[in-house]
Design a protein around this ligand. Structure first.
Ligand code: ZN
Length: 189
């Protein structure tokens, strides 16, 4: 007998059921819809990654002079000033981690699409689990950064880059959410 889990309440149901026996939620497995929705969100996230890095993430005003700084520009400046740990953390959180997330999502989408069993179901599940709680670390880092600069009595206004960055993070989360984890290794028996 085959079973499947309800994503709403966690109850275990018979595989052929379409409605959850406990919460009456929709428990159908729709591989096509999950893949296309997830892919659409992922491509949107990648699209916003470009302005997030090209445009100023922060506009700092000091003595009536406004200066915009991009993520990379900020990292380079911090590095020059000798703030190596901060520069490294910002680089990791806002440049490298988003790219790693894109690759992981593409890999997961491909694995679900192929329905391959050799790729290791357990490994994929672990990747999904790690991705979840850490998905907001980059936003957190940017928030702390803004807070730190505010401390130095300089006015800081988020730039176009910050909006794009937030949208990129949002679409990455939506892409991961749209990818039903039950579909991983679905066709393996
Ligand atoms: Zn349920």
């Amino acid at each position: 007998m085959k079973y499947k889990r309800c994503l709403h309440c966690g109850a275990v149901n018979y595989y052929q059921d379409e409605v959850c026996r406990r919460c009456e939620g929709d428990i159908r497995l729709d591989k096509k819809r999950a893949i296309s929705t997830s892919l659409a969100f992922l491509l949107s996230a990648i699209f916003f990654y470009i302005p997030a890095n090209l445009f100023p993430i922060l506009n700092t005003s000091k003595f009536a002079q406004t200066q915009g700084s991009t993520i990379i520009g900020g990292v380079i400046e911090l590095w020059k000033e000798g703030d190596y740990p901060v520069a490294i953390i910002i680089f990791l959180a806002s440049v490298l981690i988003p790219i790693i997330k894109f690759f992981v999502l593409f890999y997961l989408l491909y694995a679900v699409y192929k329905g391959s069993c050799e790729s290791g179901k357990v490994k994929l599940y672990h990747i999904m689990e790690i991705m979840g709680p850490w998905s907001l670390i980059d936003v957190f880092v940017v928030m702390v950064l803004v807070g730190l600069i505010h401390f130095n009595s300089v006015s800081v206004i988020p730039g176009v880059g910050a909006t794009s960055f937030a949208l990129m993070v949002l679409f990455t989360i939506l892409s991961a959410k749209a990818l039903d984890p039950r579909l991983i290794g679905e066709e393996c028996e």
